[in-house]
Ligand binder design. Structure first.
Ligand code: 13P
Length: 256
């Protein structure tokens, strides 16, 4: 598989952090540090910060994403936000199927699929999250589970639409725990995801798709992770909230 065929993407997932003034301060601090990035830089932020962050990144190389969207276009879904609402604001990316949504908010492979299709139909780029729980890894079913999550999430997604999909491999046991997958473990599962894409869409699509690693990626371990042949960047939680740490990860992905 040829790494040069695809774009590395470093995306911050701010989760439920930052008020609007804090969001502005963080983006302003990140901007000069990543201005020469050789990879795509994305900040995925809470809905309430989107407008502030979209304004703050104007004229910079930072792209803006949301952390979720609903699968219906509109209607009686109190508290939800549609993909069209995000697209209209100028939001470019959306995270779909994060394990925290699967664990705490009843997200299933089926709703991940519906949200993915809705986001793509609205013209958004999707960061689709997959990953196993610790018990799955201990039971030796990581590869099968991640392949299944990928396959169901992409049901009904065309090869053309797939060009707007990034997959983030996030082992649940590595998220927010300080326990990172080893570079080999990360690469192995990213390769399984790529092989799944090849089966579904062919070699060209598999060679071209960006597959990130996420889970306690930080300024220290990023270089080794992003140097892996099948790891094309990262989805960063905690470390994306500190400008110098996030910038160091972007720098590591720039070096590749
Ligand atoms: P941490 O980097 O805080 O482990 O979070 C990873 C994550 O969930 C990114 O989506």
């Amino acid at each position: 598989m040829n790494k040069a065929l695809r774009k590395a993407v470093i995306a911050g997932n701010w989760k439920m952090n930052k008020t609007r003034p804090e969001a502005k301060e963080l983006v302003e601090a990140i901007k000069p540090l990543v201005a020469d990035a050789g990879c795509e830089v994305v900040a995925c932020v809470p809905f309430t910060n989107l407008e502030t962050v979209l304004e703050a990144v104007k004229g910079s190389n930072i792209k803006v994403g949301a952390e979720n969207c609903h699968f219906e276009k509109s209607g009686a879904f109190t508290g939800e936000i549609s993909a069209d609402m995000l697209a209209e604001m100028g939001v470019e990316y959306v995270i779909i199927g994060h394990s925290e949504r699967r664990q705490y908010f009843g997200e299933t492979d089926e709703t991940v699929n519906k949200r993915t299709r809705a986001a793509l139909a609205a013209g958004l780029k999707v960061i689709l999250c997959v990953g196993e729980m610790l018990a799955d890894r201990e039971n030796g079913i990581t590869d099968e589970l991640v392949a299944m999550q990928t396959k169901i999430a992409l049901k009904g997604v065309s090869a053309e639409e797939l060009k707007n999909v990034i997959i983030a491999y996030e082992p649940v046991w590595a998220i927010g725990t300080g326990k990172t997958a080893t570079a080999e473990q990360a690469n192995e599962v990213c390769a399984v995801i790529r092989a799944t894409i090849e089966k579904l869409y062919g070699k060209e699509a598999a060679d071209g798709i960006t597959i990130q690693y996420g889970g306690s990626m930080n300024a220290k371990n990023a270089a080794e992770l992003v140097a892996q042949p099948d790891v094309d960047g990262g989805l960063i939680g905690g470390a994306s909230l500190k400008a110098p740490d996030f910038a160091a990860i972007v720098e590591a992905a720039t070096r590749g």
